[in-house]
Ligand binder design. Structure first.
Ligand SMILES: C[S@@+](CC[C@H](N)C(=O)[O-])C[C@H]1O[C@@H](n2cnc3c(N)ncnc32)[C@H](O)[C@@H]1O
Length: 238
């Protein structure tokens, strides 16, 4: 019997935003996996769920390097997949923790794809989590969409290059991963004349939370990795 692979969304940071379903499943799995960056073994997702893990359950970190280098990523995903597959083949139920939601800009998506091609018959259950942008909209009291408005969610990891492309059909845009190429993202917003229609949220629900609606205050900022922007093209500005 193969173990079940659980993809668990743990929400954006505040442990109170963990779902009851996530807590129930974490109480009965045989092994918990979490992603770590290459440079350390710290996993925020693990911190969020720690109080709900039975003391005896083994926890392992999977190294997903933060790089666009396809070969390095491919090798990391292959190795991580093998580590998890070994446990599943031993009949162990396994949880993989993801910040926010597992099917939204998440390493779980890659892991799931790899594991399914290696072990097509593996049972999978995915527990959705509150996404970072839902939590950010709530803490900033900025609506994400209303009435007939559209909402588009894009990555800012490469400087928000798709913002001009999506804007014509988007009333609201969320730019995730708004940290590395932040000056380029701000320039795109300036070029599009949207300076008064931006809300920046960083470390939502965590120590050091920032909510900033004044564009001038964003100039020169070096945002934390856990940062995003909500851009409201139409309706009331943020
Ligand atoms: C790899 S994505 C993970 C997205 C996650 N799966 C979700 O559903 O929100 C990482 C990005 O999510 C956003 N993020 C995650 N947690 C956040 C938080 N607590 N506050 C602000 N942004 C956050 C940031 O844009 C960060 O760069």
């Amino acid at each position: 019997m193969l173990g079940t692979l659980y993809g668990i969304g743990v929400g954006p940071g505040d442990p109170d935003l963990l779902t009851l379903k996530a807590v129930k499943i974490l109480g009965r799995v045989g092994h918990v996996f979490a992603a770590s960056s290459s440079s350390n073994d710290y996993s925020l997702a693990l911190d969020i769920v720690r109080d709900h893990l039975p003391r005896e359950v083994p926890v392992s970190f999977l190294d997903f390097p933060m790089t666009f280098n396809k070969d390095r990523l491919e090798e990391a995903w292959r190795a991580n997949c093998e580590t998890v597959v070994q446990r599943l083949e031993a009949g162990v139920h396994v949880a993989f923790l993801t910040l926010g939601d597992p099917m939204t800009f998440s390493t779980f998506i890659y892991l799931l794809r790899k594991i399914r091609s290696r072990l097509p018959q593996v049972p999978v259950e995915i527990v959705p989590g509150i996404t970072s942008y839902q939590a950010a909209a709530a803490c900033a009291a900025v609506p994400l969409s209303e009435a007939e408005e559209t909402l588009t969610v894009i990555s800012g990891a490469k400087g928000g290059e798709r913002l001009p492309e999506v804007l014509p059909f988007s009333d609201n845009v969320v730019l995730m991963k708004a940290y590395k190429h932040f000056p380029q993202i701000l320039q795109k917003i300036r070029d599009l004349g949207l300076q008064d229609r931006v809300c920046f949220v960083s470390r939502c629900g965590l120590d050091g939370q920032v909510v900033e609606k004044d564009f001038a205050a964003l100039e020169g900022l070096k945002p934390h990795y856990l940062s995003l922007l909500i851009v409201k093209k139409t309706g009331t500005p943020p």
